[in-house]
Design a protein around this ligand. Structure first.
Ligand code: NYM
Length: 212
């Protein structure tokens, strides 16, 4: 029994450094919204299931090496290959909770000193999120959480640069949440902003494009 399936779904993106808690918060939010009767799916980027995603996965696990610009464009292509499905889902009323999106693409690549504008360009024309939540944690605190999986980028010095890059992308519309709060408090804040966002979309807010 899906409620309000006549109106479009919301595109909600969670961003942050590695180990900030995005993935667990995303799944908690999906369960909450599903429980209220909304049609909701959890998505993540990179989507490692596609051919491009497998190339990305192999790069991240150091099984392959790629030029910095080449891998940047693959991350972007991985979003482009999902763009039309994303739009169909949203128009059919499904809300998408997305673990990382174009902001990760720009933050991680520009941390390698690629030009910020160059990094943004291939993202132009992807769907703009209705809400971006940034789970804010210092690189040092994130590193203390341990469990960096040993993938490329999962190193304190690099994460410090990623944090700086994210700060350049901050926008007044982003919801910045203190990722060091107790899990339940973060969850509560996410529920509130997500529900507000769903209402705005149901009231007819139109889909728009990123950075165009
Ligand atoms: N990452 C993720 C990028 O460098 N560019 C992107 O466009 C995206 C979506 O991949 N360290 C990086 C951030 C992460 C890594 O993500 C894999 P995850 O959430 O650990 O699967």
């Amino acid at each position: 029994n899906r409620l309000k399936s006549h109106s479009r779904g919301a595109l909600i993106v969670l961003e942050g450094l590695d180990r900030c808690g995005k993935t667990s918060q995303a799944s908690r939010l999906v369960s909450f919204l599903t429980g209220l009767g909304h049609a909701v799916e959890m998505w993540r980027f990179p989507d490692r299931t596609t051919v491009v995603g497998k190339m990305i996965s192999s790069y991240l696990s150091n099984r392959s090496h790629l030029d910095d610009r080449a891998i940047h464009l693959l991350f972007s292509a991985n979003r482009w290959e999902k763009r039309s499905l994303m739009e169909d889902k949203l128009r059919c009323g499904t809300t998408l909770i997305v673990d990382r999106y174009s902001y990760s693409g720009v933050a991680f690549s520009s941390a390698k000193e690629l030009d910020l504008l160059w990094c943004k360009t291939p993202e132009k024309g992807l769907l703009a999120p209705d809400l971006v939540v940034y789970l804010d944690i210092s690189p040092e605190k994130a590193a203390e959480r341990g469990g960096y999986g040993g993938e490329r980028y999962e190193q304190l010095e690099f994460q410090k640069k990623v944090a700086q890059s994210y700060h350049k992308l901050f926008d007044a519309s982003w919801k910045i949440v203190d990722a060091t709060l107790p899990i339940e408090e973060i969850e509560e804040q996410l529920r509130d902003v997500a529900l507000d966002c769903l209402v705005t979309c149901q009231k007819g807010k139109s889909l728009s494009q990123l950075w165009s």
